[in-house]
Design a protein around this ligand. Sequence first.
Ligand SMILES: C[S@@+](CC[C@H](N)C(=O)[O-])C[C@H]1O[C@@H](n2cnc3c(N)ncnc32)[C@H](O)[C@@H]1O
Length: 412
Amino acid sequence: MKHEVYQGDCLDVLKRIPSESVDLVYLDPPFFTQKVHRLGTRDRTREFQFPDTWSSTDEYSNFLYKRLQELHRVLRPSGSIFFHCDRNASHIARFLLDEVFGESMFRAEIIWYYRRWSASQKNLLPAHQNILFYSKTYLYKFNVYLTDYSPATNIEQILQKRKRDEFGKAIYSRDEQGEVIPNGLKKGVPLSDVWDIPFLNPKARERTGYPTQKPVLLLERVIELVTEKGDTVLDPFCGSGTTLVAAKLLERSSIGIDVSDEAIEITRGRLENPVKTQSHLLEVGRVAYRNVREDVLQQLTGLDLVPVQRNDGIDALLRVEHENGSIPIRVQRPGETLAEAASSLYRATRTKRISTMIVVSTQEELDLGLEIPLPPGVVIVDSTARAIEKVIQRLASEQQIQANESRLLAQV
Ligand SMILES: C[S@@+](CC[C@H](N)C(=O)[O-])C[C@H]1O[C@@H](n2cnc3c(N)ncnc32)[C@H](O)[C@@H]1O
């Protein structure tokens, strides 16, 4: 596989690339943000920047228009272009792409969605970017990409055969007895146009310090969607070289162009040692982060509470204000002593100015005849099952006493 990297204005470099020689163009040009993007390496030894300031919308549009014409020329008839932008330029890009590629070649607008935390402002928090997908002709390559079912999908929806009724509505097929017909396990749902891929976190191994660097995972998905092994991918605004790294990892050839010397230096370095940060979040799925176990929450049914995710000590916070703090709860786990449950809860709340905590006791404790050492503020309550067990044990022992008394009376 060949990977070529060129420094210069992409308009000049593109003119040297033969017509119909490229299978995919991905471009992530300056977004018309009207600022200079600056960032540095984690050890703060280097700072990188590129300007994204323009005198007018016309100047920005003209800049893009000339380059899009060249990009259209170099694409093969089976090729596609993915234009990455955000709300500052998506309307301009859509208009220009319609102009150069034709409105009928518009295939999709992908919303790249990610979580962000930010101070509140008098607006909605921007949490997505846009990728406009156009093909050069109708004969474009496209690989069907299946994803997992959502957790809300029920087993019938996955297994049973469907057909359309006379109104075109999807219904389950039924046999003569009216029983639904199984159809084998379906492989998944086609990928949608909303992509939930985490932003690179500041400590990600693949982070170079180059401003606006995109995750390799995002580029891999674009490349896999419309190319095959051995195809050529072109990025005319390659920045830190993410597209080329993804192409190399997926055994595609690549061409990268950037006007900045530093961008080219970083791209060359990354190509020598391509690194991809695995997203733990994607591997295990966001649902897995909801790690308050269902059985734990069931113990607390009926209470007005907020489940607490990703915390080893607290399962939920009761929605009551008590001495200016709320009341955290922990359900005792199987095999955990009450003292252990109480100390996990206490440790998790230590820095949170909380005076009262509740541990729900779920199992019988070994009676060692000792007082259980509890941290200050911890109150133990029995779970419903535990409370009922205690009643049953009490009834059983009362019955035993009565039986013993009757036996003694009979002996007298
Ligand atoms: C948004 S960044 C690309 C970031 C890249 N996708 C990454 O993952 O690192 C845009 C890049 O376009 C480059 N650029 C701006 N004008 C250019 C031009 N006329 N020709 C080539 N590159 C240009 C900038 O230097 C910058 O690196």
